[in-house]
Design a protein around this ligand. Structure first.
Ligand code: MG
Length: 163
């Protein structure tokens, strides 16, 4: 039987919603009048997920690996970051066990896009879609998220590492 050592990591991210940008969440372009502002495509869900993976590996955070001062990442698709995080995990002989995430957005409605996001993320994480959870909640109209000024995401990742 294989030895299993489970490590857990947490991630959080927030980006501002602005006009003139496309909205990317979970690696999927979502039709909306605004998009998230950032150096890359500002996919807040993937950023939180990368931080959870790096956290589980006991490494830095997404900014350590993909600094926003690096022109290579200007308007980069964040799915690249996720692929890279998984590659680093595999270099350490690890694998993802499961991830659980929550998007906090007042708008747009995210339910119609959940399935596509789930499949996109499971592909990048190299795990079954049933091991990828994406939940969405509004902020009940409260605060900056409630006013539609930004979108936040939280993520937890569990990985199996042989150390
Ligand atoms: Mg970010």
């Amino acid at each position: 039987m294989l030895a299993v050592m489970i490590h857990v990591g947490i991630g959080y991210d927030v980006h501002r919603l602005v006009e003139g940008r496309k909205l990317f969440l979970g690696g999927v372009e979502i039709p909306h009048s605004k998009g998230l502002e950032g150096h890359s495509d500002a996919d807040v869900l993937i950023h939180a997920l990368c931080d959870a993976l790096f956290g589980a590996m006991g490494m830095g955070d997404i900014g350590t690996f993909f600094p926003n001062t690096d022109a290579r990442w200007t308007n980069a698709s964040s799915i690249t970051f996720l692929h890279e995080a998984v590659r680093i995990l595999q270099l350490h002989s690890g694998r993802v066990v499961n991830v659980d995430t929550t998007l906090i957005a007042q708008e747009p409605k995210l339910t119609p896009h959940m399935r596509t996001m789930k499949h996109k993320l499971s592909e990048a994480l190299e795990i079954h879609p049933e091991r990828v959870a994406i939940k969405a909640t509004t902020n009940e109209g409260l605060g900056f998220i409630g006013r539609g000024e930004g979108i936040a995401a939280m993520a937890v990742a569990s990985v199996d590492l042989p150390r």
